[in-house]
Design a binder for this molecule. Structure first.
Ligand SMILES: C[S@@+](CC[C@H](N)C(=O)[O-])C[C@H]1O[C@@H](n2cnc3c(N)ncnc32)[C@H](O)[C@@H]1O
Length: 367
């Protein structure tokens, strides 16, 4: 479901006409609209950080809020979006990064597998006219998406991995353990595999492996056993049912919800996030023109490991193994790394956007 911001904007605009730059808050107290929206954004991020209930939907719907882009300045620096450069944003989301690139004069192809993201961002970015082209798809297939559009190569490619704040906040999408909703977690609403299918149909062993591999949850076997026992009684339909089952096995320590790792594991499996990332990285390099830049933002170690290894392997001119008499040329050598280490957000950004805390940006240039 798309958040409708129009009534709020219209109301704010009509208030602005009478009051210069001022809007109104809930209680009718005059506030600058920018300040009010920023305060709501911050409140929303802090609530998520503290494991509290998200803001009420009506309040959310009054915000022009979908997702606050992470490491925006670093992305601009990496992708150098000057006029005429063409960038493929593989994770369009709310269009925050795309907007920054468009404002600098780049042409952007904005790709997302989520219909909500596409319609929200398309509306937000329609002011850029032909410079912005939204496409539905999975960035894993960037090569065929560009081929279908008749584009030979792009100058930049961005992947800002994971889910958007909107996807997390929207209970009906079933991504969050903080709001009750159907066990869904599909980024692509047209896909067949949902969290409900995995939780109710996969074997105990498959569940345990998944929770261990993608959630790095030490009690994976006990959680899998509790799930199988519970589903013998009745089908597990909702996020809160699953949280309750996991909480029987993993006690809450501090603020962290005991189901955090289980939810991460399910989300990764439902969307095949790690396989898709590997495929996307390979195809991204194919899709870049010479000198084109690949920028990837990750949010957990499983993703970052894949990106780090991929970039390291593709930037080594020679390969060496103990059993070889001498190093051999690397057939996959196609990248140059401007920074050896991952770039992390500034303290200031982490302070104002808690979601940035675990972000890591890796950049590579096609040779
Ligand atoms: C973290 S958000 C991106 C936010 C965006 N950079 C912004 O500034 O608003 C990730 C978005 O990428 C999408 N996404 C994740 N993996 C994808 C994939 N493999 N292919 C296409 N879209 C993907 C999600 O649906 C989500 O909307």
């Amino acid at each position: 479901m798309i958040i409708s911001i129009k009534p709020w904007l219209e109301m704010a605009e009509s208030m602005n006409q009478g009051q210069g730059k001022r809007g109104v808050s809930d209680g009718g107290v005059a506030l600058s609209r920018d300040y009010e929206l920023e305060a709501l954004r911050l409140e929303s991020e802090l609530r998520r950080e503290r494991n509290e209930q998200p803001l009420h939907f009506e309040t959310m719907s009054r915000m022009d809020f979908y997702h606050k882009p992470v490491m925006g300045q670093e992305i601009l620096h990496a992708l150098r979006p000057v006029s005429g450069r063409q960038v493929f944003d593989g994770t369009l989301g709310g269009g925050g990064h795309s907007e920054m690139l468009l404002q600098k004069g780049a042409h952007v192809i904005g790709c997302d597998q989520d219909d909500d993201a596409l319609s929200y961002a398309s509306r937000r970015l329609e002011k850029f006219g032909d410079c912005f082209l939204p496409v539905k798809g999975n960035f894993a297939r960037v090569d065929s998406i560009l081929k279908d559009l008749g584009i030979d190569g792009v100058d930049g490619m961005l992947m800002d991995l994971g889910v958007s704040s909107h996807q997390l906040d929207e209970a009906a999408r079933g991504f969050s353990f903080r709001a009750d909703g159907p066990l869904d977690m599909r980024m692509d609403q047209g896909s067949d595999l949902s969290a409900k299918v995995i939780v109710n149909e996969w074997s105990q062993e498959e569940l345990a492996d998944l929770i261990w591999k993608y959630g790095e949850e030490r009690k994976s076997r006990q959680v899998a056993s509790a799930i199988v026992k519970a589903r013998e009684e009745s089908v597990i339909e909702t996020t809160f049912q699953l949280v309750e089952i996991v909480s029987r096995v993993i006690p809450r320590v501090g603020r962290k919800n005991p189901a955090t790792r289980v939810f991460q594991a399910l989300r990764i499996a439902v969307n095949r996030e790690l396989e898709v990332l590997e495929e996307g990285l390979k195809n991204a390099v194919e899709a870049l023109s010479e000198g084109g830049v690949l920028a990837v933002i990750t949010f957990h170690s499983l993703e970052d490991r894949i990106v780090k290894h991929f970039m390291r392997n593709a930037s080594a001119p020679f390969l060496d193994r103990p059993e070889w008499p001498e190093p051999r040329p690397n057939p996959d050598y196609c990248l140059r790394l401007p920074n050896r280490k991952a770039i992390v957000p500034s303290e200031e950004e982490v302070h104002t956007n808690p979601r940035a805390r675990s972000a890591k940006l890796r950049v590579a240039v096609k040779r």
